[in-house]
Write a protein that binds this ligand. Structure first.
Ligand SMILES: [Zn+2]
Length: 390
């Protein structure tokens, strides 16, 4: 018990002594924003630094060259821990979701954990393309996380929250092909693809009334014709469908596809549909692991932790959580109503001294969590048991 306490004290000291590196990564990524699957500068910058600290870099996936796994093994390994790093930016906005801080926190947590002589295998897992590309969807389905006992990352936010869920997500594109014709001269010769899209929206709006309240459906018309005097020969709609559970979402999407078919029958326009982004599974935050993280966060002085709640967004970490005990907690980097994420102002704020200090706190909490996992086999067993129960 005392030994663990001493190691924790040392961990905090090492984290303090290396905090410049956390700042460097957060700032470098902020100054060099790259969107999903093209984060070459970020991956290079981070892996070089990990190598300097003795990590062995194994590039993860051939078709996603900006992914990586950096490992440090110990003689005796009682637990295998994956700290997940995200580093993709948003188009135009840059690091408006604060993934530069996710990378910096995961990096520091991995480096500090590797310097404590823990009986643990420590990995920094580089997970590109969280926004719209579903990098972890691919990595999880390739089995890259199956090797680990736990996986974790901390996401910056406007509130600190330890236990969270996220919705499963399907992104579906509906393409209707009709027949162009002069809209006034010979409308009887046309088949109006846009009408099918409008009927699709109306059908989906009717469906909304008969789904559970966790369901979120939102769509756009991405193509709706070229000119008002031409019957639209092609029309395209894109929808996100989300629900708290994958099985339920599958049922909702099945109904939506029926509606889409109906909209095709009503006008005679033919229908093609496809998934235009990778699907996310819902996030199952591991409860006992969340508790360990929370205890450490409180131990480090965090007082304002919001109660557990459901999240209606989606993340590709959901797919990781289906394969290995996972946590995806949030650390407040500002006051609740001060900024909104996915904005330029928020991106600016991620490299403020205040935000970086908050990231340092969360990185320390991840390290202390790793220490607990390495020295408390009962905790680890309860984490695995909770995972199996799901
Ligand atoms: Zn994000």
């Amino acid at each position: 018990m005392n030994e663990v306490k001493n190691i924790k004290t040392r961990a905090v000291e090492i984290a303090e002594s290396l905090k410049e590196e956390l700042w460097q990564i957060a700032r470098y990524l902020k100054e060099n924003p790259e969107i999903g699957f093209s984060e070459f500068k970020a991956a290079n910058f981070i892996t070089k630094k990990l190598e300097d600290h003795g990590f062995e870099i194994q590039f993860a996936l051939e078709d996603i060259p900006t992914s990586f796994i950096a490992v440090q093994k110990s003689q005796e390994s009682r637990v295998r821990i994956a700290f997940m790093l995200e580093y993709d930016a948003l188009p135009e906005i840059g690091h408006g979701c604060g993934h530069n801080l996710i990378a910096a926190m995961g990096y520091l947590a991995a480096v500090v954990s590797s310097k404590l002589g823990l009986p643990a295998e420590i990995s920094a897992v580089g997970c590109p393309g969280e926004e719209n590309f579903g990098g972890k969807v691919v990595m999880a389905s390739e089995g890259l996380f199956d090797h680990y006992d736990v996986a974790m990352l901390v996401h910056p936010a406007t509130e600190t929250g330890v236990f969270s869920t996220s919705n499963a997500l399907d992104a579906i594109e509906f393409v209707y092909h009709g027949k162009e014709a002069h809209a006034a001269g010979s409308p009887e010769k046309g088949v109006n693809a846009l009408d099918s899209v409008i009927l699709l929206f109306n059908g989906i709006n009717a469906l909304r009334e008969h789904v559970t309240s966790d369901v979120r459906i939102h769509g756009i018309i991405s193509e709706g014709g070229k000119a008002a005097n031409v019957v639209p020969g092609k029309a395209v709609a894109r929808f996100y469908f989300r629900a708290a559970k994958r099985e339920y979402l599958d049922g909702v999407v099945k109904k939506a596809l029926k509606i889409a078919e109906g909209a095709s029958l009503m006008t005679g326009a033919s229908l093609e549909w496809s998934h235009y982004e990778r699907s996310n599974d819902n996030l199952i935050a591991n409860k006992p692991l969340s508790e360990v993280f929370k205890e450490n966060l409180v131990f480090l002085g965090e007082t304002n932790i919001r109660p557990p709640r459901e999240g209606f967004g989606s993340t590709d970490a959901g797919n990781v959580s289906q394969r290995v005990p996972t946590i995806h907690p949030y650390i407040a980097i500002c006051e609740k109503d001060e900024f909104t994420s996915h904005t330029r102002e928020y991106a600016e704020h991620t490299v403020s001294e205040r935000a970086l200090d908050r990231a340092l706190l969360a990185a320390k909490a991840m390290v202390l969590t790793a220490i607990d996992l390495a020295y408390d086999p009962e905790k680890l067993a309860s984490i695995k048991e909770a995972f199996e129960r799901h």
